[in-house]
Design a protein around this ligand. Structure first.
Ligand code: 5RP
Length: 263
């Protein structure tokens, strides 16, 4: 791997722990003003000091984020669909590599929809983006999207998706946690991070999700709604950080969360 690529990845995955807590706030690209992200700046700013990277679109980056931040950026560069449209899988590339370099990002992110009508199109999008990324030293985060079919989140399907992304040359992959998650991480030769998915019923559920994913081989989380839709988002991300970077147990994270909530 070339120096520039390695250097960017070292800003995303902490070299001292080998782990990462990324804040995902790209949801508006197909969901519009999703609950608690109506005013991105207000939601994101308090969480920045606790995020190892920020995953978002160029529109939110330019309009809502100060250019003097230290937090590395993962730029979402796929889209072209919406939650009210016909098919969430029909994505193209929405920002070019020149734009990613202009925005000084540490990685670009693109969704693939394996097993859908647009499998081929989104895998070719990924391959083209990886070629461009290789040319300029920009890592590609492949996102194994499931669209509205959340029930697809099982180890057989997700291991197939992650492995295909790695085979096509992605440097990083984001997927969902599932039962038998080790099957996904063990058969994927690139670092795997998990999405949080829709907000879980309890804070404890989110801590358990992060803990189990880390124990089963994920290098970290790229979490959104379970952090910023929480009543106490800063306490929540701090507790998640303890799990990811300090190997805290679910109980320890939950105790930390309870004590931080009171402050
Ligand atoms: C959508 C995404 C989101 O960034 C991802 O789903 C993470 O956010 P959440 O934890 O809210 O699921 O990639 O395709």
């Amino acid at each position: 791997m070339d120096w520039g690529m390695k250097n960017r990845i070292s800003k995303l995955i902490r070299p001292d722990t080998g782990r990462a807590v990324w804040l995902a706030v790209d949801h508006g690209y197909f969901l519009g003003p999703v609950s608690k992200l109506e005013q991105p700046k207000k939601t994101i700013e308090p969480l920045l000091p606790y995020s190892d990277a920020l995953m978002l679109t160029r529109g939110v980056l330019r309009n809502c984020i100060d250019a003097n931040i230290d937090t590395p950026v993962i730029l979402r560069v796929s889209g072209g669909n919406s939650i009210v449209g016909k098919d969430l899988s029909n994505e193209g590339i929405t920002a070019c590599m020149e734009e990613a370099i202009r925005l000084n990002v540490c990685a670009v992110a693109l969704s693939v929809y394996i097993g859908t009508a647009h499998e081929h199109q989104t895998l070719i999008n990924l391959s083209r983006l990886i070629d461009e990324g290789q040319r300029y030293g920009i890592p590609v985060l492949a996102v194994t999207a499931v669209g509205k079919e959340l029930e697809k989140r099982d180890a057989r399907y997700l291991s197939l998706c992650c492995r295909i992304c790695a085979e096509l040359g992605a440097q990083l992959v984001k997927t969902y946690y599932c039962d038998n998650f080790e099957k996904v991480t063990k058969s994927c030769p690139i670092p795997v991070v998990i999405a949080g998915g829709p907000k879980l019923d309890t804070d404890m559920d989110a801590f358990k999700l992060a803990y189990d994913a880390i124990q089963e081989g994920a290098v970290g989380v790229d979490m959104g709604r379970n952090i910023w839709q929480s009543e106490f988002p800063v306490a929540k991300i701090k507790a998640i950080r303890a799990i990811v970077h300090e190997n805290a147990s679910v109980k320890k994270a939950s105790d930390l969360f309870s004590s931080l909530k009171k402050k």
